[in-house]
Structures are given as C-alpha cells and as structure tokens.
Design a protein around this ligand. Structure first.
Ligand code: ADP
Ligand code: ZN
Length: 716
C-alpha cells in the first residue's frame, strides 16, 4: 500500500517543501498548520501544494504528527509567500517564517490587558487614565501606566475599584463602527474620499497614489476608504514606517471608528501578539495597524491596504528576507483583490512615475485643511552667520528660538544624528575612535557614559589614554548629535522645558505616547530630535522648526540622496504651523543654493522630481531600470575577495551591466568583510533568472556568503 503524501513548508531557510506521510486517520487541506518531525525536533509547518519529491521512498517518509486547530493559512497568503520568495530570491521557508512563528500557535490567552470596567471614575486623574485607555488596544499594566503617565499602583487601584477589568479572549478586538465619528470634509477632500471609496467598493485590485501636502487631511480621507472596507465586512491594514508612530495613530483611529485597531509590531507583548494573530486569522480583527511584517498576517479577507508615508526608506527590510514593504503591499493587494492606497506628501519617484504612466490612480490635495497656511521655509546661510566656535546653532536661529519662546510658541530642532557626538578624536595625534568590528566611528552617548557603534551595537567606555599616542585625557567630541544640541539649548535657555526624541531614548510606543501627550499638552517648549520627529506627528502649537544641518543627507553619492533629503526635510518642515498659528522653518546650510534647498524653500517639489527623473532616465537608473546588489561577505578579507572575484569572472554579459566588485562603504560590518557587485538592467528585464543562472555558474568559496538585494535602496 502506498502512503498518502503531503508537502509541508517549514519556517526555516529551506526553499522547498518536504514530503511527509499522512496517517490514515488524518485529513489535511493546503494551508493547514501541522506539526512534523525535523531531525530530533517537532516543528510547525504549513501544508503547501502538491507533493513533488518522489526521490524519497514511502518507507523513509516521516509521518505528520498533528494537525493544529489553528485556522489554516489562506490561499492568498500562500501565494504571497511564494511570490515574495521568488522575487526576493530568499528561501521560501524563510519567507514563511515572517508569518509563522511557533509561539503564535498556542491558543490565544484567555485574558490579558485591560479594558474599561463598569464603575465611573471619581477623580480627574482616573478619568484621564480611562481616556488614554480608550485609545489603546488592551494594554497591560506597564503600558497603560506609561501611556497615561501614572504609576502602576494607580492602575492596580483602579482595577480594584472596578474601573478597569481584564479583557477576555472572546471580547478580542472591539467592533469598529464605520460611522462612529466621520469628519465633515471640505469639497476637495470630498472628491478625494469619494474616489477612494469607489475604488474600495469595487472590491478589486487597484493602486491609488494619495498625494497631499502635510496637513491636507490624507489620514482623514483614507479613513473613509477604511470605513467603506468595514461596511463591506472586509479587513483593512494600515502600514506605518515606524512603530513609534502607532500611539498617536491608534488614538486617532479609535476616535474615528469608536474602538481601537488591532496592533502588529515587534514591541507587543507575546500574549498580545498571540491574541492579535488569532483575531486576524479568525477575521474578528477588522482593522490592523502595523509595521511591515503585518503583510504576512493571515487575513481572511483583506479589502484595503494603506501604506502611509509610502516614500519612507524604513519600509525596506534590510536583514534576512530583503524586501520593500511598499512594493510587496501592492502585490499583496493584487493577490487579495484589494485596493492599495499609497499616501505621502512627498511621493517616491517610483510611485510618481507609476502614477504619471497611468499604472496607478492619482489623487492630489494641494491645500492644508482649515485654511492653515504652509510654513514659510528659509535657508540660513552658515557661511554668512556661522555658529559660535564649538556650538551648532547660528545666531539667527537662536534669535528665532528666543522670540518664539517669549511669545509662548513651541519649537523643534531637528538633527538626524543620535547620541552626543558622531566622532571622538585625540587632540594630540588625531587618532579616531573606531569600532573594532565595523568601518565606522564610535558615537559618544553621554547619557549612558559610553561610546557606541550604531551598526553592531559594540559599546565601550571612553579610554583615559589614547591607544595610539598614550596622551592622557586628550579626547574631544567632534560634531553634534541630538544630545549635544540639547546641551546647547540648556545653556541658552535654561528655563525652557526640553525633550530629546530619538529611537535610543524612546524605545517603545508607550514611551513615545507619553512624550507626544506632553508635547501636545504644551508641557514642552523645545523638542530636539532625530528623524523620529519628522514623521506624521500633529503638534498644534508647534510654530518654529530649526534644521541644524540641512546638508547632512546630501553627501555619500547615493542615487537617492537628493530625493531622500528633500522628502525628509519637507516632512520635518511640515510639522510646523499645522493649526491656527503660522509656521516658520529655518534650514541651516552651507549650500543654500543646492537644488534641494531651493525646492524646499519654493515648495516646488514636483519640479525637483522632474529634474531628478531627467537625471535617472538616460542611464536606466531606477525607477527607469532595475538594480540588484550582490553583497559578498566573509570572516576573512581574502575569502571575501576570492568570492567577489569568482563572481566577477562569471558575470553575465548580455542584457545587464555589472558594476564592481568593490569594497562596500562599510568594508567591514559586524566583524565581516564585505564586497559589493551591482547589476543594472532596463526595466523590461527580470534580474532574478539572470542572477540564478549566474550563481549556478560561479563557484564562490563556501566560507563566503552572498546576499541578494533586489531593488536596493541602501548602498552601504
Ligand atoms: P495629513 O495626513 O495630510 O498630514 P491629517 O489627516 O493628519 O493630514 O490632517 C491634518 C489635521 O487636520 C488633523 O488634525 C486632522 O484631524 C485635521 N483635519 C483634516 N481634515 C479635516 C476635516 N475635514 N475635518 C476636521 N478636521 C480635519
Ligand atoms: Zn560596529
């Protein structure tokens, strides 16, 4: 008798599904989650397509151990995993691992997190905690205490008093109401919202680029698309580039739909992850707010995907499976018959060109809502008015800060550099403190009294003797990070209330939520931050933005340096003057005539994009052509060279241009030596088959690793 075979894909870096024998008393369908033996372990896997591997005889097959009760992976998710694996050239099992984790599979916890109880609050403080709670998705004690800025003791006391009670599993996510609190839209907004609603109502695949200046109401408008999706009983997904944003967003969505969305990001507690995953698989989670990995959730019926701030580089996952979440969102929408909405004030050249070519629908909003004016943006020429020696804020910016402070306004200083100083060097011999594992300087973090490598996490204390010349106490910090700017602000304005916002200081969404609450409540006068503050925040009292180093993003010869710098600075500038008070933006620059500065000051980013396009089109640079990078790495530099040369010798000669090998800008990273090759081809050519064939012919030493980055956006 022959065994019944099933192919099971395992969440490990194997490209193929493995065949297992199905015991007589078991039945499975594709997509079902099973446990199977792998070596000596029991592992979860997903029943994939037809068994294929007849090379293993029946009697050598291992049996499927169990079929789990967990809802099966929908076909659309399996197709998506196949598609992503094929496109990114990552092993299929590794892609599956983005959506299947063993610790998600146990039944969801019976109860976890808090919801509001029946009793009514008796104090203002307790009332405030309940208001905070309304905007959160079943937070645990620590998260609620932090978001509401109270002690955990108060949360426990409120539970004892019946103001809070633990959420039960069957209450999972609360029901969202598409009509809970719709805004009254302006005529422009109504037109845009109608167009989006129509796309979603069609329940077929479409992509719309929603382009609107900061503060024009893009969020309000895509919420109308979500509402339509909810009315059709389909699930909606909103992707954000950074989880720190989720706090203010959750509150906004909760206010609009009468209940909080379901969250998906790495900072969730294991219990919350498990509960949310099951709610999504069961279809009870109607609206998910997540980071890029939310694309791999088992939605039962996905009707809309919104990619907010679609131009953000943070959508590119750079480790493991290297994929661009914006591009994969479009694929996921196509496979699910869903509408995809890409929202941005500064769309990527990729999306702009797709819209221009008619591949995407295009909606534009040109005015801020409620008559708020766009901020006035000016450059501040550092050659004419330099900062004082050893300082970083130029006199005109200091004056503007002083005036704004005196008038009761809120200000923000932006510098895209964490820590105190990006470089520490010896005054006596010029020796620079480098990371032992990376081609990188160590960054001083004064708050932690340490030097830190931002690439591998290596930390050390500042040495008292220079390792090169043995001079004593000879180290000086060079250049500013946000901590140093905060110090300068403290010296200038000792009475001003300050806050530093950077990813190493605010590590959880709840911490960010507490900070945002304080800023919105105007308990802060001057915000000093990295790109973390550039994002979609809405601070009504913020009227002055100072960019400490507007030239920072322009160096480095990256293909998108200009585009990215313009996007980031426009985004930062867009934080100013969003409500009744007008905003002013000062860009400190040594190159005030650079096209990026001119585009920012004139507000004419469209012409800037046209100029960028004209630069890229002739050479088939993206988005007019395709790129792929091969990154060769090894513990030994000669092994890395051998491997890179083996690839160079066998490089494909037709259809594509191969650049390199060259040492990567980070020639050493986390202790590994790195070399890069870059392939470029016209748009119509698929690079994956060419690379597959190439890697099949080249014979790099086994000790070397070759990572493939399709559509690279980082060239480090
Ligand atoms: P964007 O996402 O384009 O930056 P938002 O959707 O965040 O813009 O809107 C900016 C601000 O204006 C928000 O506070 C939002 O609530 C408010 N707003 C926008 N449109 C409306 C409207 N039609 N009615 C009331 N408030 C609105
Ligand atoms: Zn390092």
């Amino acid at each position: 008798m022959t065994a019944t075979r099933v192919a099971v894909l395992l969440p490990y870096p194997f490209d193929r599904a493995f065949d297992y024998a199905l015991p007589d008393d078991m039945n499975v369908a594709p997509g079902q989650i099973v446990t199977v033996p792998l070596g000596k372990r029991m592992v979860p896997g997903v029943v994939w397509d037809a068994p294929a591997d007849s090379s293993v005889p029946d009697h050598r097959l291992k049996p499927v151990a169990a079929v789990l009760e967990t809802p099966a992976f929908p076909d659309t998710l399996r197709q998506f995993i196949d598609w992503v694996a094929n496109y990114t050239m990552a092993p299929r099992g590794e892609v599956l691992a983005l959506g299947l984790k063993a610790n998600l599979l146990d039944p969801p916890p019976d109860r976890y997190g808090w919801v509001a109880g029946a009793a009514a609050p008796t104090t203002k403080r307790r009332e405030a905690v309940l208001a905070t709670l309304a905007a959160l998705d079943r937070p645990d004690t620590a998260a609620l205490a932090e978001a509401a800025a109270v002690s955990p003791g108060i949360i426990r006391a409120m539970a004892d008093a019946g103001l809070l009670r633990p959420a039960r599993r069957d209450q999972g996510a609360a029901k969202l109401d598409p009509d809970a609190a719709p805004p009254i839209l302006s005529p422009d907004q109504t037109g845009a919202a109608d167009a989006l609603r129509t796309s979603i109502a069609a329940a077929t695949f479409s992509v719309t680029l929603l382009e609107g200046v900061t503060g024009s109401g893009k969020t309000e408008i895509y919420c109308e698309a979500i509402a339509q999706c909810l009315r059709q009983n389909r699930q909606a997904l909103v992707l954000l580039p950074e989880i720190a944003l989720s706090a203010q967003f959750t509150a906004r969505l909760a206010a609009r739909f009468g209940a909080a969305p379901t969250l998906w990001h790495s900072a969730l507690s294991p219990a919350a992850r498990r509960a949310n995953w099951h709610a999504i698989a069961a279809g009870t989670a109607q609206l998910v707010l997540g980071a890029r990995s939310a694309l791999f959730l088992p939605f039962t019926d996905l009707g809309a995907i919104i990619v907010d701030e679609e131009h953000e580089a943070a959508y590119k996952q750079e480790d493991g499976v290297i994929y661009h979440a914006r591009d994969m969102a479009v694929v996921r929408a196509r496979l699910s018959g869903a509408g995809c909405i890409l929202a941005s004030a500064t769309p990527s050249l990729e999306s702009s060109i797709n819209a221009e070519a008619g591949r995407y629908r295009h909606i534009t909003l040109t005015a801020r809502h409620g008559g708020a004016a766009m901020p006035r943006i000016e450059t501040l020429d550092l050659r004419a008015t330099p900062p004082e020696r050893g300082k970083f804020l130029a006199p005109p910016l200091i004056e503007a800060l002083a005036a704004n402070l005196a008038g009761g306004g809120q200000s923000m200083l932006f510098l895209n550099r964490r820590g105190y100083a990006p470089l520490t060097l010896c005054r006596a011999c010029g020796h620079r403190l480098n990371c032992p594992n990376c081609t990188a300087w160590l960054v001083e973090h004064r708050a932690h009294t340490s030097l830190l490598c931002h690439h591998c996490g290596h930390t050390e204390r500042q040495p008292t003797l220079c390792p090169s010349c043995s001079a004593e106490h000879s180290f000086v910090p060079i250049g500013p990070g946000v901590e140093r700017i905060a110090e300068e602000v403290a010296d200038l304005f000792p009475a001003a209330r300050r806050i530093v916002m950077a990813s190493d200081v605010m590590t959880t969404p709840d911490q960010a939520a507490a900070a945002i609450r304080a800023i919105v409540a105007h308990e802060i006068d001057i915000i000093i931050g990295t790109q973390m503050i550039a994002k979609a925040w809405h601070f009504p009292d913020l009227t002055l933005v100072g960019v400490v180093d507007a030239d920072l993003g322009l160096g480095g010869g990256d293909l998108r340096a200009g585009e990215r710098s313009a996007q980031l600075l426009h985004q930062v500038a867009g934080r100013a003057g969003r409500a009744a008070l007008p905003g002013r933006v000062l860009l400190q620059s040594y190159t005030p005539d650079h096209p990026v500065m001119r585009a920012l000051c004139s507000g004419d980013l469209a012409s800037f994009r046209t100029a960028e396009a004209a630069l890229r089109e002739p050479g088939h640079w993206p988005p007019f052509g395709r790129l792929a990078a091969l990154i060769v790495s090894a513990d030994q530099h000669d092994v890395a060279d051998q491997a890179a040369n083996a690839l160079a010798r066998t490089a494909p000669r037709s259809d594509v241009i191969v650049l390199g090998p060259a040492p990567a800008p980070f020639a050493m990273l986390r202790g590994r030596h790195r070399r890069r090759l870059l392939l470029r081809a016209p748009r119509g050519i698929a690079l994956q088959p060419i690379i597959r064939d190439w890697l099949g012919r080249a014979d790099p030493p086994r000790a070397a690793r070759v990572d493939i980055d399709i559509d690279p956006i980082s060239f480090l």
